[in-house]
Design a binder for this molecule. Structure first.
Ligand code: UDP
Length: 322
């Protein structure tokens, strides 16, 4: 297959690109390098079947020739307003990447009769009132809240994807991605696992926003990619499918685990909550659909995945220092 993958320089995009290349596909990776890393592009360029297109998904796309699939992963994705890369600091870019970017991707797929896969998110569920979250839960999002630029943009992208399916019979897939971590995550994007690992490796206290009682369920990147590839290659109706790890941790328990695995004696530091309202209190995927439809479930428990991620961060920090 020849595929266009947007966001190929990003954390998930680069892992997915590498997996598709290893599976024998040709990958045209599109990225504007706003939050993606040139280092990831250099790695992908070691594969002869990879082509990089430096382009912003929100602008009209150049004709890249016939393709069998378009996978749309380009978007800022960190909710942390304390990081310049967080989507609260890139609000219009975030909305455009998911609105215009999705539109251009769908139009490209339509032109070539290609399959379209949208990288959606657990954030479509907002601060959920149903726990765990199944795909048929409609969510609890404040359209004028601080997270809306991402949450509502992804909800819009899902609606547009379904509109192309209903109106034009386009072959579409929607994956709702829950918190994912692993090697190659940006160390400075402000999300909880990169923050904790960098702080721990520097011997600093880990910053807990709020009381640390909020929960998340963390999926190791290889597990996530396996689930996405199964959904992508399946011949099936265009359900949204949750992909994530249902093992739920409080942020406090995560912090203690990172300190334990790194031997960090720096302890914890409590800081004000990330948002005044709207930070999800609990998040955990119901993965019944993925289990039944894809025969998929995560294999890597959090301590093992964290260990591999810590090693990657250690190497990159040493390289940056040396
Ligand atoms: N968080 C934290 N310390 C940090 C970064 C994040 O306590 O240094 C919290 C954040 O407030 C949120 C949770 O960890 O409740 C997960 O945040 P993240 O940015 O990783 O992504 P989210 O799951 O909110 O999309």
């Amino acid at each position: 297959m020849r595929v266009i993958l947007t966001g190929a320089a990003g954390f998930l995009g680069s892992h997915l690109a590498e997996r598709l290349l290893r599976d024998g596909h040709t990958v045209v990776g599109m990225d504007n390098l706003l939050t993606g890393a040139r280092e990831n592009v250099r790695l992908l360029q070691t594969y002869p079947a990879f082509q990089f297109v430096h382009h912003d998904v929100e602008d009209p796309w150049p004709d890249l020739g016939p393709v069998d699939a378009v996978l749309h992963f380009a978007s800022p994705a960190s909710p942390n307003p304390r990081s310049p890369l967080g989507y609260p600091n890139l609000p219009i870019r975030t909305m455009r990447a998911n609105a215009w970017g999705t539109y251009h991707g769908l139009e490209t797929a339509r032109r070539y009769g290609a399959r379209f896969l949208l990288a959606s998110t657990s954030e479509v569920y907002g601060d959920p009132e149903v726990h765990p979250q199944p795909e048929d839960y409609w969510g609890h999002v404040n359209p004028v809240g601080e997270r809306a630029v991402y949450d509502e943009a992804k909800r819009f992208a899902e609606a547009m994807t379904m509109a192309y399916h209903r109106k034009h019979g386009l072959d579409v897939r929607i994956v709702r991605i829950f918190n994912t971590y692993g090697p190659r995550m940006r160390m400075d994007d402000g999300r909880v696992i990169p923050n904790f690992i960098v702080q721990a490796l520097r011997g600093e206290p880990l910053t807990i926003y709020g009381q640390g009682e909020q929960t998340r369920s963390f999926c190791y990147v290889d597990d996530l990619i396996e689930g996405i590839v199964r959904l992508f290659t399946l011949d099936a109706a265009p359900f949204p499918v949750n992909i994530g790890n249902p093992q739920e941790y409080t942020i406090l328990a995560l912090a203690r685990l990172v300190n334990e695995l790194t031997g960090n004696a720096g302890g914890l530091r409590f800081e004000p909550a990330m948002y005044t309202e709207g930070d999800p209190k609990r998040r955990r995927p119901d993965i019944t659909r993925a289990r039944n439809l894809l025969d998929w479930e995560p294999q890597v428990p959090l301590p093992a995945g964290l260990q591999r991620t810590i090693e990657d961060f250690r190497t990159r920090l040493a390289r940056a220092a040396g």
